[in-house]
Design a protein around this ligand. Structure first.
Ligand SMILES: C[S@@+](CC[C@H](N)C(=O)[O-])C[C@H]1O[C@@H](n2cnc3c(N)ncnc32)[C@H](O)[C@@H]1O
Length: 274
């Protein structure tokens, strides 16, 4: 039998310190303080076996979030499974912008391509008086979104399986937020890192990565109230293309907001007046 400290040291040499510790906290259902305090304790055989298996899977490339079933987003630990994209820190910008633009006293939000629900559920949890509709084409993803809505007591959410706006009828919203697939088919990044394990349908959008953004922008005017806003996350080099699409669809006050790395990450605009 080996001590916790010895097992950690070995795992750390394979997958790095932070991930080795995160996986062991997950196996032991404990926090960092307990890991530190119990470094000299022996790791029980079943725990050692479970930990060894996770370290091997991580060494083979599987994302930590899929191994632990969880990823922190906007201060909340979201459930994630391989059916959903792993929430990214840069997507918190879209939540910030949405919260800034929402009317104080309520409103209706549509989250297109909800995945884990990290955007829509966060908005719903932060603003209990807002109604949020979470849409995704993947029923498996929506099961995860539903679980997260339940986990964070976001009873002000509705979950709907739909090909973008197809199942929404004539419903209109104060705000449409979307983090759609925006990677070009054949992009070399799809063969690297976490992306190899994430759903293709959550990542890839046609030959130029803009196929879904085109559909979302084109359909938005029919689903926004006068004075409503559309905001869309996109790739690091897609802000100009998004601005052009928004203007073409009649949106005003078109903007692009930068993430913490200084990259234009979210573009949006005000609903066409007509
Ligand atoms: C980039 S992921 C975003 C997930 C989540 N909103 C996030 O920010 O982590 C895009 C999501 O769009 C969904 N999606 C792809 N095509 C769709 C379509 N035609 N209609 C609705 N949702 C779609 C995928 O299933 C996936 O969950």
């Amino acid at each position: 039998m080996s001590t916790i400290a010895a097992v950690l040291a070995e795992a750390q040499s394979i997958i790095g310190r932070l991930e080795a510790r995160a996986l062991l906290r997950h196996v032991l259902h404990c926090d960092e303080a307990r890991l530190i305090a119990h470094g000299d304790d022996d790791l029980a055989a079943p725990h050692a076996a479970a930990y060894g298996a996770l370290v091997a899977r991580r060494a083979a490339g599987e994302p930590v979030a899929y191994l632990t079933g969880s990823r922190e987003f906007y201060g909340r630990a979201f459930v994630v499974t391989p059916a959903v994209l792993i929430p990214r820190p840069e997507t918190e910008l879209l939540v910030e912008l949405a919260l800034q633009r929402l009317p104080e006293n309520g409103g209706c939000v549509l989250d297109l391509g909800a995945g884990s629900g990290c955007i829509g559920v966060t908005i719903a949890a932060e603003r209990p008086q807002v109604r949020v509709t979470l849409v995704d084409a993947s029923a498996d993803a929506l099961d995860v979104a539903r679980e997260n809505a339940h986990r964070f007591a976001a009873t002000n959410t509705t979950v709907l399986c739909s090909d973008w706006y197809a199942a929404l009828g004539d419903a209109r919203y104060d705000l449409i937020v979307a983090n759609p697939p925006y990677v070009a088919a054949g992009d070399v990044h799809l063969t690297r890192g976490d992306l190899r394990f994430e759903p293709h349908s959550a990542l890839v959008a046609g030959v130029d990565g803009l196929a879904d953004i085109r559909r979302i922008v084109a359909g938005a005017p029919e689903h926004l109230v006068p004075g409503g806003w559309l905001m869309c996350e996109h790739g690091h080099d897609q802000a100009d293309a998004c601005a052009a699409l928004l203007r073409q669809a009649g949106f005003g006050e078109v903007f692009a907001a930068r993430d913490l790395a200084g990259i234009r990450r979210v573009s949006g605009g005000g609903a066409p007046t007509r």
